[in-house]
Design a binder for this molecule. Structure first.
Ligand code: SF4
Length: 279
C-alpha cells in the first residue's frame, strides 16, 4: 500500500436516500442505528497510534451521518467532532446534504456545527456529493448559501463537493452554480474545478471540488474508472473505513471483521489482502 492512510467512521448504514449505485449497503430499509460514542473514541485512539503516515482528516460517514439530529440526539455529532478535534485532526462529515432542503433542519445542524467549531477551535468540513446520482442540488445549494451569507458560519464551516469526476458530475456542479446565482451568490472559477462563492458584500468561501489523490472522494460507484486507477497509484490517500458492525474495509476493496483484534493487526491483514488483489 502506498501513500497515507485516512480514517472514515461509517457511523450508520441508514440513509434517507436509496441510491441504486450505492456501494455502502446503505438506504432507507436498514435500522436507524448508529455507532456509539465510546466506539468512535476507541477507533480514533487506535488509529492515531498506527505506525503509518496518517491523514490529518478524520471523516464521519454513513449512510447519512446526520441521522442522530433527526432522532433528537443533538449531542452525538458534536461529541464525535470534539473527539476528532481533540485528536488533532480535521473533522470532516460526508453527507448527502438533503437536510439542507428545509430551513428547520439546516438551522439546527449548521448552528450546532458552528458552535462546535467555536468550542474546539477546529473548522468543520462538510463534504457533499454533487453528481448525477443524488437528487440533492437544492439542499446543497441552500447549505452553501447559508454559509456564504453568514460571517459566523463562514469561519466555522468549510465546504467540499465530491462527485465521481464524470460528465454527469460536471453537469451537476453547473446546476449547483446556477442555483447559487439565483440566490444572488456569484461564483468564480478557481483552480481545477474548484470555485469561489461570494455574497454581494464580498464575503466568500472556497468550494473545493477536486481532490483527485483521495480515493475516498472519488466515490462509491462500482464503475468509476478514476477510482480504479487511483487505487494502485503511489502517493494517494488510502482509506480505512470502520463501521458499527465492526467491519474494517480498506479502499472499498478488502474487508476484515475486527473481532476484538487491535486495529494495527486488522490493518496488517487488510494490507496483505489488498496487495494480493493488486497483483
Ligand atoms: S450513495 Fe450516499 S446518499 Fe446514496 S444511499 Fe448511499 S449513502 Fe445514501
Amino acid at each position: 500500500m502506498y501513500g497515507i492512510l485516512a480514517l472514515s467512521l461509517k457511523t450508520t448504514n441508514w440513509c434517507n436516500l436509496n441510491c441504486s449505485h450505492c456501494r455502502e449497503d446503505s438506504g432507507r430499509n436498514v435500522a436507524r442505528e448508529y455507532m456509539s460514542v465510546d466506539k468512535i473514541e476507541d477507533y480514533i485512539i487506535q488509529f492515531q497510534e498506527l505506525p503509518l503516515n496518517l491523514s490529518n482528516r478524520i471523516t464521519i460517514d454513513g449512510g447519512e451521518p446526520m441521522l442522530p439530529y433527526f432522532k433528537k440526539d443533538e449531542n452525538y455529532i458534536p461529541t464525535a467532532l470534539t473527539l476528532i478535534a481533540k485528536a488533532g485532526a480535521i473533522p470532516v462529515i460526508k453527507t448527502n446534504g438533503t437536510w439542507g432542503r428545509t430551513y428547520t433542519d439546516r438551522n439546527l445542524i449548521l448552528k450546532s456545527l458552528a458552535k462546535n467549531a467555536n468550542f474546539t477551535g477546529r473548522a468543520i468540513t462538510l463534504n457533499m456529493s454533487v453528481d448525477e446520482f443524488h437528487e440533492n442540488i437544492s439542499g446543497v445549494s441552500n447549505i452553501i448559501a447559508d454559509v456564504v451569507f453568514s460571517d459566523y458560519l463562514r469561519s466555522a464551516i468549510h465546504i467540499e463537493i465530491s462527485g465521481f469526476n464524470t460528465i454527469g458530475s460536471i453537469v451537476a456542479v453547473a446546476r449547483l452554480r446556477s442555483d447559487l446565482k439565483e440566490k444572488e451568490i456569484t461564483t468564480i472559477d478557481s483552480r481545477n474545478d474548484d470555485f469561489v462563492a461570494y455574497n454581494n458584500n464580498g464575503g466568500g468561501i472556497h468550494v473545493s471540488t477536486n481532490y483527485l489523490n483521495d480515493i475516498y472522494r472519488l466515490g462509491r460507484a462500482q464503475r468509476n474508472f478514476l477510482y480504479t486507477v487511483k487505487e494502485i497509484m503511489p502517493g494517494c490517500v488510502n482509506t480505512i473505513q470502520l463501521d458499527n458492525e465492526d467491519n474494517a474495509v480498506l479502499n472499498h476493496t478488502v474487508r476484515e471483521q475486527v473481532n476484538n483484534r487491535d486495529l494495527a493487526s486488522v490493518l496488517d491483514c487488510l494490507i496483505t489482502s489488498f496487495n494480493r488483489k493488486q497483483k
